[in-house]
Ligand binder design. Structure first.
Ligand code: AHR
Length: 643
């Protein structure tokens, strides 16, 4: 009895603390407008080493010797020189020349450190390639290629025999006998004949179209409806010279000219000196990826403005009457994506291996721009694009903040210019997200539709470690807010968390949706929230109410619902931000609700997933009876699928 008493008290206590809620699923009232298949998506930007050193599976850093510090990423020994005469690739003209040191006991060679090391796995194979030529035609140059562990023990090797003085591509495949996160690739000249080398490359054989298979899988598992690319501020560049120019990112990868990454030297105290854009992951690969993961592509082009945050010098802005090349870039992009293979840019796509059009329907003009500097430039774009491509929907910007003068200015002008979508960005506190779940309830329905294109809840953490800002507290607040997105799915047609990827070895911006290093992928609690919405998006909006009112945080409870006409299921999302559990009695006219298949995400506010504990916060799946009420534990995101 002494043992039972505390238990009884505990049960009584829990019962008292469990709030009972009576929610109505207004099943008869489908809200007309279907939910857009584009509703939940992803936003890709090459920030935090998301492309080179991330999704792009190339393991060799500075493979073409085009970094301004020509041998950055390489350790060189002996006689290694940099040259540009008779280059292999005219837009990446630098190459390394390895020369006999003059003595057989003194070696010439170079070793690549990779992006924070080479992540090698036991039993995996790696595809090596290099362009090379001997210095004296007919005199064979020999190059030893070795894959090593961090202590320089050789894991695999091969010798190249180069007899021709013309640039030729040589390949080899290495099989790795051990797992090593800090591998190296090294090359040593074995002959007296010297050798020129360029575009030194190593890919894991299990890559998908040159992309890391594990990261592609993480994207596919999100079920994204859209994929916005390539940024972000990198579209703009700090100056226009370094803006993203999509035409430089297509055609043979070897000849895509290197560009500075705009996040290389942006943040004081967050150095990323080896951060460049090789464009191995370029627009063709982005479109392919969209096809692979079933997402609508939303490319964004420069509007002739550098990053307005960092560059206030209007002399750096393209004058409005000189925008023609920028507008042409947009026109050519549409042709590249959708044009017949007989058109100039359609044929580039076809030659790259995709004769069929990519079916791009939406285009962003300018990233996060604002003020008259933006709208004055957007207008001429629209004039041309509307006439030439009325089928393409345009995304305009409302600037970097979710409210205020620039935001209102942006929206007013997007209404005037009749862009189909307005891109809104909000990086705000969890409290902001909790109190803004009603944000779109009273938006004007007559103007453009909303693209919540970049958002994330930012918790305060001083001196933070990787991933701590991706804690459950932030994810819970985002989920609560997302019920407001779903309730307004007639207006909000596209959404995306931002940023998407982050290399745990070096980041410029956190929180981020997916973290990784060379060996691991960490899906954050925020990832699972996105997935819980996107994997079950529904096809039609449904009202879910309590006392005829939507659930927008009353006693900590948020709710939204949808109907899926394909599966004939109801999808109910319940986000309980209160500490105590809440028991939900769900009713609906003519409905017999017996069981629900549920996914529940629950954790302590500061819990997060990490390299050491990637599965600390993950959704749990179960079947639950609902006829007598469904209990949603405190601080839980729950998605219920009801047949
Ligand atoms: O997502 C990170 C940055 O936030 C984007 O590059 C920019 O659009 C916004 O300011």
């Amino acid at each position: 009895m002494r043992r039972i008493l505390p238990l009884l008290i505990l049960i009584a206590h829990c019962t008292l603390l469990t709030a009972q809620r009576q929610l109505t699923l207004e099943v008869g009232k489908r809200l007309g407008t279907p939910i857009a298949p584009t509703m939940y998506g992803v936003f890709f930007e090459d920030i935090n080493y998301a492309a080179d050193g991330g999704l792009y599976a190339e393991m060799v850093e500075n493979r073409s010797f085009e970094f301004p510090q020509a041998f950055q990423g390489w350790d060189v020994m002996g006689r290694v020189e940099l040259h540009t005469e008779r280059p292999a690739f005219d837009r990446n003209p630098h190459y390394a020349s390895l020369l006999f040191s003059g003595h057989h006991c003194a070696h010439t060679g170079m070793q690549n450190r990779g992006f924070f090391g080479f992540g090698l796995r036991e039993g995996m194979t790696y595809d090596f390639s290099v362009y090379a030529r001997t210095h004296e035609a007919g005199k064979e140059a020999q190059l030893l290629i070795e894959l090593t562990d961090r202590y320089q023990n050789v894991l695999a090797s091969t010798t190249l025999h180069v007899k021709t003085g013309e640039w030729t591509r040589y390949t080899a495949t290495f099989s790795c006998p051990i797992t090593e996160a800090q591998g190296r690739l090294r090359m040593r000249l074995l002959s007296e004949a010297g050798i020129d080398i360029d575009h030194v490359s190593l890919f894991p054989t299990d890559n998908w179209q040159g992309l890391r298979a594990d990261l592609v899988q993480a994207l596919a598992d999100l079920h994204p409806g859209i994929f916005r690319f390539p940024g972000g501020c990198i579209i703009e560049g700090t100056t226009l010279e370094t803006r993203y120019q999509w035409k430089n990112t297509v055609g043979p990868a070897e000849n895509r000219p290197l560009n500075l990454n705009r996040w290389n030297n942006t943040f004081e105290g967050r150095y990323a000196p080896n951060y460049y854009q090789s464009y191995g992951l370029g627009f063709y690969e982005y479109f392919l990826l969209c096809e692979k993961i079933g997402a609508s592509p939303i490319p964004v082009v420069s509007v002739g403005l550098p990053c307005q945050f960092h560059n206030h010098d209007e002399a750096d802005y393209v004058p409005v009457d000189q925008l023609q090349p920028y507008i042409q870039d947009a026109l050519d992009l549409i042709e590249f994506a959708n044009g017949d293979a007989s058109t100039p840019w359609g044929s580039v796509r076809a030659q790259m291996g995709h004769p069929a059009p990519f079916g791009m329907r939406i285009l962003g003009i300018g990233n996060e721009q604002w003020g008259p500097a933006y709208t004055d430039r957007l207008e001429p774009f629209l004039k041309v694009l509307r006439a030439a491509h009325p089928e393409i929907e345009i995304v305009g910007s409302s600037g970097p903040f979710p409210e205020g003068e620039d935001f209102d200015y942006g929206w007013n002008h997007m209404r005037r210019l009749k862009t189909e979508y307005v891109d809104e960005h909000y990086y705000q506190s969890p409290e902001w997200f909790l109190t803004h779940a009603t944000r779109y309830d009273s938006y004007d329905r007559k103007g453009p539709r909303v693209f919540a294109g970049e958002y994330a809840a930012h918790v305060e953490r001083e001196g933070h470690q990787p991933m701590v800002k991706n804690c459950f507290e932030a994810a819970l607040a985002e989920a609560a807010f997302m019920t407001g997105l779903e309730r307004n799915a007639d207006l909000v047609r596209m959404t995306a968390y931002a940023p998407l990827f982050c290399n745990a070895n070096a980041w410029q911006w956190d929180p981020d949706l997916i973290w990784f290093d060379n060996m691991h992928v960490v899906r954050t609690p925020n990832y699972y929230v996105q997935q819980l919405f996107a994997a079950h998006p529904g096809t039609h909006m449904l009202r879910i109410t309590e006392n005829k009112q939507p659930l927008t945080g009353q006693d900590g409870l948020y709710a939204s619902a949808a109907y899926d006409a394909n599966d004939k299921t109801y999808i109910v999302r319940l986000v309980n931000t209160a500490e105590q559990p809440q028991t939900i009695m769900l009713t609906g006219k003519g409905l017999t609700l017996s069981t629900a298949h549920t996914y529940a995400l629950h954790a302590e506010p500061h819990d997060y997933n990490s390299l050491a504990q990637p599965l600390r916060v993950v959704p749990k799946e179960s079947d639950q009876p609902v006829s007598n009420g469904l209990t949603v534990p405190g601080q839980t995101v729950m998605v219920c699928i009801i047949k």
